[in-house]
Design a protein around this ligand. Structure first.
Ligand code: SF4
Ligand code: FES
Length: 241
């Protein structure tokens, strides 16, 4: 395969439909631009794609072979053939939703997503945790706020969101962007402004509740409003989920 040249005009075939685009755009971007729905969880249009949740899988076809790829990270090249709703795609998404349900069944957004994708009763038993390790909070802190106060630490079952060394970060400006962008509500204001908690993997232990940008305390701001959300919207062109 030749080296992709971002910006070069190309044609891709999305569910059999020829579409003009430019090399370097992802399959997900092109699908959304043309009204083709692909479910996502770890994707946010204002942040670099991460490819963690695997909900956005689609099939690409090369001759007789087919391959499942994550549409949020897979770049378009000339002649790419993409199928977004095949039995293999549906099965992959159902299994992913089932895994999410096994760990975060208590999260309404996850239950809704699983129902939409036709996921049945989970066949797995996993520890309950609202954090699905999508990394949105970590990327928002680094890319929108420019702080890197939290990160994903450890591996495998021990992987979690945490400030360095699990102690309050002096770098945190208490803006709350991580809370706003979290799709499951795993990070709460109490986690940030209150005492340390081990209720779930998000072990934020920040104590000072006042935002260093606007001076307001998080407790004074109704959830979903305030300067931080405006900042997210300004940066991303959309509201945080
Ligand atoms: S705390 Fe929320 S945003 Fe952060 S990784 Fe977990 S689910 Fe994603
Ligand atoms: S949205 Fe593509 S892997 Fe999560």
């Amino acid at each position: 395969m030749s080296t992709p040249t971002p910006g070069t005009s190309i044609t891709v075939f999305l569910n059999g439909r020829p579409i003009q685009t430019v090399e370097g755009r992802t399959i997900l971007q092109v699908a959304r631009e043309h009204g083709v729905h692909i479910p996502t969880l770890c994707f946010h249009e204002g942040l670099a794609p991460y490819g963690a949740c695997r909900l956005c899988m689609v099939e690409i076809v090369r001759g007789q072979s087919r391959q499942l790829v994550a549409s949020c990270t897979h770049p378009c090249v000339d002649g790419l053939v993409v199928l977004t709703d095949t039995p293999a795609v549906q099965r992959s998404r159902r299994i992913t939703a089932e895994l999410l349900l096994a760990t975060a069944r208590h999260v309404p957004a996850i239950r809704e997503l699983a129902a939409q994708l036709g996921a049945g009763e989970p066949r797995f038993t996993l520890p309950e945790d609202a954090c699905i390790l999508c990394g949105l909070c970590v990327r928002a802190c680094a890319e929108i706020v420019g702080v890197r106060a939290i990160s994903l630490v450890n591996r495998g079952a021990e992987k979690r969101v945490s400030p360095p060394f699990r102690i309050a970060s002096n770098d945190c400006i208490r803006c709350g962007t991580c809370v706003l962008v979290c799709p499951t509500g795993a990070l709460t204001l109490a986690d940030i402004a209150g005492p340390p908690t081990t209720r779930h993997r998000s072990e934020s232990q920040y104590e000072a509740p006042a935002c260093q940008l606007c001076g307001q305390a998080w407790n004074d701001l109704p959830t979903g409003t305030g300067r931080s959300q405006q900042a997210v919207q300004a940066q991303t062109g959309s509201g945080a989920r």
